[in-house]
Design a protein around this ligand. Structure first.
Ligand SMILES: Cc1cc2nc3c(=O)[nH]c(=O)nc-3n(C[C@H](O)[C@H](O)[C@H](O)COP(=O)(O)O)c2cc1C
Length: 165
């Protein structure tokens, strides 16, 4: 039996750094488990503005090299943050890739916007042919936030642990 490392792209939009901080911990976990994991923070051109639906990004990662992807975003206005939504709309295909996802939001419970944002991301992934993997919400003002982060990192990080015969 041999371990099969994954080549994982971790694509993050983070306005104030919360989502990025979780993504960095997840990246360390995946590297520690022997996978390759490249983290890209999407940077928008100009400022995010209420009502703006289309964003340009200063650079875009080439997703073709990754067999697995993880997308992460904050929740804005009880929905997926519009820069991340705009990024998804620009993606042509995720065909055959295992795609995991998480969001962070301020409220203490996932049903206050986090689940809706995950659902929007799932739709983007499925309509582009991706295979939806593990998913989670970090409720930033929940007193168990640290536990939630540890659980998410284990949940997403652990799904690649398959051993090849
Ligand atoms: C414009 C804007 C809208 C937001 N709307 C919500 C919201 O509807 N629900 C919520 O729980 N948090 C909301 N937040 C808080 C963020 O989702 C939360 O702080 C998140 O962890 C930020 O992630 P980031 O630091 O990666 O940008 C909003 C933040 C901003 C800046």
């Amino acid at each position: 039996m041999s371990f099969e490392p994954r080549i994982i792209g971790l694509i993050v939009y983070s306005h104030t750094g919360n989502t990025l901080s979780v993504a960095e911990r997840l990246q360390q976990e995946l590297l520690g488990r022997g996978h390759r994991c490249d983290l890209f923070r999407l940077q928008i051109e100009g400022d995010s503005k209420p009502g703006l639906k289309h964003y340009e990004f200063s650079s875009l990662p080439d997703l073709t090299v990754y067999d697995s992807l993880i997308f992460a975003s904050p929740v804005h206005g009880f929905s997926l943050a519009t820069p991340m939504d705009s990024y998804f709309r620009g993606l042509v295909t995720l065909q055959g890739k295992l795609v995991s996802l998480f969001v962070t939001h301020h409220f203490p419970f996932a049903w206050l916007g986090g689940n809706r944002a995950l659902s929007q991301m799932r739709t983007h992934i499925v309509t582009r042919g991706g295979i939806v993997g593990e998913a989670g919400v970090i409720n930033w003002s929940n007193r168990k936030r640290e536990q939630e982060i540890l659980q998410l990192v284990e949940q997403i990080g652990g799904q690649y642990a398959s051993l090849k015969q």
